[in-house]
Design a protein around this ligand. Sequence first.
Ligand code: SF4
Ligand code: SF4
Length: 126
Amino acid sequence: MKMLPTVISNLFSKPATRNYPFEVREPFEHARGELVNDIDRCIFCGMCQRKCPSLCITVSKEGTTGTWTLDSFSCIGCGICVDNCPVSCLKQQPNHRPVTAVRGDIVLTGKLPEKPAKKTEKAPAQ
Ligand code: SF4
Ligand code: SF4
């Protein structure tokens, strides 16, 4: 009987939760959400892979092509990769990725930066 007022109040009040994904909350300012990579600027240095505490980034190189792979389901949104990227091509958007029923990696490919030409050794002075 003691709980009756609470039960009645809960029956006629709005739920505290949202009917996500049909009702999406506006993101907070500076929220760290979806991780995106501007792959045309990525130099495939692998720094994000080395720094990620969740081991969810894989960077590989083959020939002139680089591949950046993100297991976004393992990403905890810490932003360490963003802070350590030397060319600032990683960004966290305030929104979260749309919901999906299929688990899959995000795979981006790009062109590896050209290596600087090797310096030719000077001929010894005679
Ligand atoms: S740290 Fe930045 S430049 Fe290096 S591989 Fe990751 S995203 Fe690319
Ligand atoms: S935000 Fe954190 S967990 Fe997600 S990929 Fe970057 S370093 Fe890894």
